[in-house]
Design a protein around this ligand. Structure first.
Ligand SMILES: Cc1cc2nc3c(=O)[nH]c(=O)nc-3n(C[C@H](O)[C@H](O)[C@H](O)COP(=O)(O)OP(=O)(O)OC[C@H]3O[C@@H](n4cnc5c(N)ncnc54)[C@H](O)[C@@H]3O)c2cc1C
Length: 463
């Protein structure tokens, strides 16, 4: 058993952990970073990047199939070579992972510990029974893993998660997706566009991150034009038969339908990686999921010299939030017992579906009834969107009745990833709807649709 003394021990070399380690070193402390799995981060290996690579291939196939209305005809059959699709996804993904791994390798070897860490007490960790790390402070940055509800066990090894999709060498013929959240929608639509027979089932009516029921209903109907999606499905039987999974469900007319699929993809949510961390050996108070109670501003767990950042705390499981939180946790660990609140950026979320889904600022569900107005625009007749035949979408922007300030927006529509940034920057600046309308809008651009929604809100705000 080797013993290592350090100021800060970071558990997990993902986006949050690497940011925490670098912040602690930048603050002049000794630090070590402990990683049990492969280096390369969830985002680059099995998250943001490979999913966007798969979506890019799907978009290419989709565009090719939809040229005719422009008078441009692609004669002959469109051929999707699943092996080539997956080869590009994996090789480009490996390139991104390579950059991250090289960054990790630049960390002095003495600071890198391989193995799974377990708490012995608040600041003592044991790594794979081989190394004891005695730290003055600890940052938990262990990320999250997909939840697998018990009934899915019936599918045996035909039950897969996102990680498995990106390991495929070829595309399967059919996949049933459980969970129309961000991951299920992105992967489900991409696979469908690549010629895979896809069904997407949800249980609670939710769709992506949307909370505005009007936008949610619009989005559900739009996606259903392309693939079967039931956010409120009644699945009555799930079983494994040979190499396939068999799912029986009631379709929208209430008829019982039984279908066979090559795989069942579980995208029903993710849970913080806290199991096996030995948190019961610490003095930390834990919630019902076993996650330490922590201050969302400072990321500190109680009064202990322990901090939690990134997907492990499950506040906002997004890449840029993991990076911000990791840095803040590393800084606070270094300066402990002096800790300061993290300056959070404006909330922003994007789903890379088509049409895209985006949310900025406060969620509709969190706004107080009667205190705000809703400005609306449909992208169906929006000039530039129609020009490009990308005219599917509906946007709601919310304005505060008392101050005229822009409160937030939820929508689905073209170029949402770009418009979301304009709105997030406006939100962070605390702009009013009037101030936003005083900004330039070029012609003809999709952003003119945003202007229509803002004008609608402004008219409703006017006394
Ligand atoms: C399919 C998919 C698509 C996504 N797309 C997007 C997107 O488009 N945009 C976006 O912003 N976000 C996206 N995300 C979310 C984003 O990837 C995560 O929010 C982010 O990667 C979280 O980083 P992290 O550092 O908290 O965790 P991770 O990067 O998962 O790092 C945690 C690390 O801790 C290690 N670990 C765990 N337990 C231990 C232990 N006991 N000892 C040692 N090491 C341990 C793990 O092996 C892992 O390497 C996506 C996620 C998925 C799954």
């Amino acid at each position: 058993m080797t013993t290592i003394q350090t100021d800060v021990a970071v558990i997990g070399a993902g986006t949050a952990g690497l940011a925490a380690y670098r912040a602690a070193i930048a603050a002049g402390k000794r630090a070590v970073i402990i990683e049990g799995g492969p280096y390369g981060t969830t985002c680059a290996r099995v998250g943001c990047m490979p999913s966007k690579l798969l979506i890019a291939a799907a978009e290419a196939a989709h565009e090719l199939r939809h040229t005719a209305p422009f008078g441009v005809h692609v004669d002959g059959q469109i051929r999707i070579d699943g092996r080539e699709v997956m080869a590009r996804v994996r090789s480009e993904r490996d390139r991104f992972v390579g950059f991250v791994v090289r960054g990790v390798e630049n960390i002095p070897e003495a600071d890198r510990i391989r193995g799974y860490a377990r708490f012995i007490d608040n600041t003592t960790l044991e790594v794979d029974g081989q190394t004891t790390v005695r730290a003055s402070r600890v940052v938990i940055a262990t990320g999250s893993t997909p939840t697998l509800p018990a009934p899915f066990k019936a599918f045996g090894d035909r039950l897969i998660v996102n990680d498995d999709v990106f390991a495929w060498e070829d595309l399967p013929a059919s996949v049933v997706v459980f969970g129309p959240g961000v991951i299920g929608l992105e992967l489900g639509q991409a696979l469908s566009r690549l010629g895979v027979r896809v069904r997407v089932f949800g249980v609670s009516g939710s769709l992506g991150p949307l909370t505005d029921p009007v936008i949610r209903a619009y989005a559900a109907s739009t996606f259903n034009d392309e693939f079967y999606l039931d956010p409120n499905a009644r699945v009555t039987e799930m079983e494994r038969d040979g190499d396939q999974v068999v799912v029986t469900y009631l379709d929208r007319e209430g008829r019982s339908v039984t279908e066979r699929f090559d795989y069942a993809l579980a995208a029903t949510g993710r849970e913080p990686n806290v199991r096996g961390l030995g948190l019961e050996n610490t003095g930390l108070a834990l919630d019902e999921r076993g996650v330490p109670l922590f201050d969302a501003q400072t990321l500190q767990c109680g009064n202990a010299p322990v901090f939690i950042a990134g997907d492990a705390n499950n506040i906002l499981p997004l890449l840029h939030e993991a990076a911000d939180e990791g840095k803040a946790a590393g800084e606070n660990a270094a300066s402990y017992p002096q800790v300061k609140p993290l300056a959070r950026r404006a909330p922003i979320g994007v789903v890379f579906s088509d049409p895209q889904i985006a949310m900025v600022g406060q969620r509709f569900a969190d706004l107080v009834d009667g205190s705000f107005v809703t400005g609306e625009v449909s992208f169906e007749d929006q000039g530039r969107s129609r020009v490009m035949l990308k005219n599917r979408g509906l946007m709601h922007v919310y304005g505060d009745k008392a101050t005229g300030r822009f409160l937030g927006a939820e929508w689905t529509g073209p170029r949402a990833e770009n418009i979301a940034h304009l709105l997030a920057w406006s939100y962070q600046q605390g702009l009013t709807i009037g101030q936003m309308l005083a900004m330039p809008f070029y012609h003809p651009v999709v952003e003119e649709g945003l202007r229509t929604a803002l004008r609608d809100a402004a008219a409703k705000l006017a006394p």
